[in-house]
Design a protein around this ligand. Structure first.
Ligand code: DGJ
Length: 705
């Protein structure tokens, strides 16, 4: 029986915690050993039914088997042999926690279960939050050393945010995102092996190679049907999620910040708080799960979800490091003519930065390129009616820089190890308060002095030879560096209310719910080839809404792939996200400039649907894929359809639009024709694609009755 809102409750008599969302229920019971055990996550059940559920389907079959009741956070004691979400060592060498349940609190939609170790000075709160009109459950953990000043430290070898479990299913399929630089967000759906499957980043950033999102189903879900359980971690540094499918048919997973082998030392009175690990159960397939995530990002994560993302012009692919005031002004004038609303000056404007070998860290305009500083360019960009954006890479330093010469000790580096340089750069240790203060001061000044409206915050290397000379607990840098990045972004936004930030790490290397709580969008990939982008965007959209997906139209042949594609196709692919332009416009013909201006104008017409509507991913016949964006009230629709390669010269059959109302009629706004909803949902709309490869079309529909 679905409820309309969400609630959190705890019944002390039954030791039963229940989190209700509009379409799902999550229940936990305090086990006989004092540990919170997972009871149910899925379809709504009333509290009496939940209270009557056995903690596990069957008891352990023998003294060799694990306790079958899944833990909310496995504490490394008892008959538990799977991945432990909490791993601690006390001063006497004893490992693990044995909990007593000490109470609970409920405030609105937030529930906390309080635990204390039976013999050692360690307490934990398992925290849960539900929000109105959302099926997402947010979970995190707070661990506290409760000992007196003279108590020894506690080593925390692992503290996950949450462990999750699905009901027993006949089979399990894992959907996850993998890739690399230029190939981020590739969606893989793999049958889950009876094994432990580790998804992780050991790089100190979220990573191009894996994303801390996953979905589980029984192998039968599709875009519109089927139960899906999915989770996403709000963390932008290293992370680890271990999915455990056991031989007797249960699947659980546990995840949080940090990769294996890192230790955090907790002194008396200190606490360690994890990032949020959010979970979602839906019954409307992968598309339904994505739409619920998109809504969650808009209502609970993004700092400014209602604001339209501007059409950006970014100079990187046009000018590389070869930037100067005159060249950027030429591009800015053309960008304004095309309808761009934001001009971003990318890499190469500062210090001795004429290539990637020097200058990082010296955030002063390069005098040969900008003799009077950035202000003349910023002012002219503003005069042209655009916002002014600036590329920065604050966490990085080239050895060949004033900053490195002055502060060689500021880098993340174990001093007895050779430092690996990646892209000729090293990483600054933002875990150091003095480095964090420098970075904040530097960025604050840049924004203030140059009237900067937008920062593109890049990060082009990952952590190697991590070390922190002289610090007793150097592993802390893995977590504290990321916390400092988040904190600086938060402070900049607070102090400069108009400022927007784009998250970038050599393309989409830092895309997660943590970074998107303080940035407006993600630079999705350095690969701007429209054919590759269709797959990248498909994966990205599993979790993130289109308004956060920066997508540029660039030159053809494409820099990354050498592929030649028509302007129309490039626009139609990029119009599915936050549209941008990244081409060398000085080399474009008048016809191309006019055509591009018309596409930008068209994008602005559909922007409310793309950026604030509901998204449906579609697959049509004949190699066609498409996305359908519907306004929240179902009145307006935009469909972007792409066919990269023609097949036998055939026109594909109709593209079905199942999200439309079969009882309604729809006007094709551009063609002036009307269509029955019943036909469009079942037989589909005739795409009438142009002949040849790289064919695409935008269709706009308006409900008439
Ligand atoms: C990597 C980014 O992804 C690019 O867009 C560009 O900003 C370069 N860095 C600049 O070095």
């Amino acid at each position: 029986m679905p409820t309309t809102s969400s609630s959190a409750s705890f019944d002390p008599a039954r030791g039963l915690a229940v989190l209700r969302t509009p379409n799902s229920v999550y229940a936990v019971r305090i086990g006989a050993d004092g540990s919170p055990r997972h009871l149910h996550w899925g379809a709504p059940l009333d509290t009496d039914a939940l209270g009557g559920l056995p903690a596990a389907a069957s008891p352990a079959a023998s003294s060799f088997e694990a306790d079958p009741a899944p833990d909310e956070l496995a504490p490394q004691t008892g008959a538990r042999f799977g991945p432990a979400g909490l791993q601690v060592r006390f001063a006497d060498g004893t490992r693990g926690a044995q909990w007593s349940f000490t109470g609970h609190t409920v405030h609105g939609g937030e529930l906390r279960l309080r635990l204390a170790d039976r013999r050692y000075p360690l307490a934990a709160e398992l925290c849960y939050r539900v929000r109105p009109d959302s099926d997402v459950i947010e979970r995190w953990v707070e661990l506290i050393h409760t000992g007196a000043d003279d108590a020894g430290p506690i080593s925390v070898d692992r503290l996950d945010s949450a462990s999750w479990a699905t009901p027993a299913l006949p089979d399990y399929r894992l959907s996850h995102l993998v890739g690399g630089w230029n190939s981020e967000f590739q969606l893989h759906r793999d049958r889950l092996p009876v094994a432990e499957t580790v998804l992780t980043s050991r790089r100190g950033v979220t990573s191009h190679h894996a994303n801390p999102w996953l979905a589980l189903d029984d192998g039968t879900a599709d875009e519109e049907h089927g139960e899906v359980w999915s989770t996403a971690l709000a963390w932008s540094g290293s992370w680890r999620i271990t999915v455990h499918r056991d031989p007797v048919g249960r699947t659980t997973w546990t995840g949080g910040f940090g990769h294996e082998g890192l230790t955090w030392t907790l002194g008396p009175g200190e606490s360690l708080h994890t990032p949020v690990f959010a979970g979602l159960h839906t019954r409307d397939g992968f598309g339904g799960a994505s739409r619920a995530w998109h809504t969650h990002l808009r209502t609970a994560v993004l700092p400014d979800p209602e604001r339209d993302r501007p059409v950006v012009y970014n100079s990187w692919e046009a000018t590389g490091f070869d930037v100067d005031q005159a060249g950027q002004l030429r591009l800015a004038r053309l960008a304004a003519r095309l309808g761009a609303e934001l001009f971003v000056l990318d890499d190469g404007w500062f210090g001795g930065r004429t290539s990637d070998r020097a200058g990082l860290g010296d955030w002063k305009p390069r005098p040969e390129a900008f003799p009077d500083g950035l202000r003349p360019l910023a002012d002219e960009v503003h005069r042209l009616g655009m916002a002014f954006g600036l590329w920065v890479e604050p966490e990085m330093v080239n050895r060949d820089s004033e900053l490195h010469r002055a502060h060689p000790d500021w880098v993340v580096h174990a001093p007895t190890r050779d430092a690996t340089e990646l892209r000729n750069q090293l990483m600054l240790n933002f875990a150091r308060p003095d480095v964090e203060a420098w970075a904040h001061r530097t960025l604050d000044q840049l924004v203030r002095e140059n009237d900067v409206n937008w920062l593109k915050w890049d990060a082009n290397r990952v952590v190697t030879e991590a070390g922190w000379a002289g610090h007793p607990d150097p592993d802390r840098l893995w977590i504290d560096h990321t916390r400092a990045v988040h904190r600086i972004m938060d402070r900049l936004r607070t102090d400069h209310p108009g400022l927007r930030i784009e998250a970038c790490a050599g393309g989409g290397g830092r895309a997660d719910l943590g970074i998107l709580a303080r940035t407006d969008q993600v630079w999705t990939s350095d690969n701007t080839d429209p054919v590759d982008r269709i797959g990248i965007q498909h994966g990205f959209s599993q979790l993130f809404p289109a308004q956060t997906m920066a997508a540029w139209v660039t030159d053809s042949p494409n820099l990354a792939t050498g592929r030649t594609t028509p302007l129309r196709f490039r626009f139609h692919v990029a119009m599915a996200g936050a549209l941008g332009l990244g081409a060398d416009l000085t080399a474009w013909s008048e016809e191309d400039l006019d055509e591009a201006a018309a596409f930008v104008a068209r994008y602005k017409e559909i922007r409310p649907l793309v950026q604030h509507g509901r998204q449906h991913r579609l697959t049509g016949p004949g190699g066609v894929t498409a996305v359908h964006y519907a306004s929240q009230d179902g009145a307006e629709h935009a469909v972007l359809a792409w066919r990269p390669a023609t097949r036998f010269g055939h026109q594909p059959a109709g593209l079905a639009l199942p999200a439309l109302d079969p009882a309604a009629r729809y006007l094709d706004v551009d063609e002036g024709t009307t269509h029955s909803g019943a036909v469009l949902t079942r037989r589909g709309i005739d795409l009438r694609l142009p002949a040849g490869d790289y064919a695409s079309r935008l269709i706009r529909l308006r409900r008439t009755i």
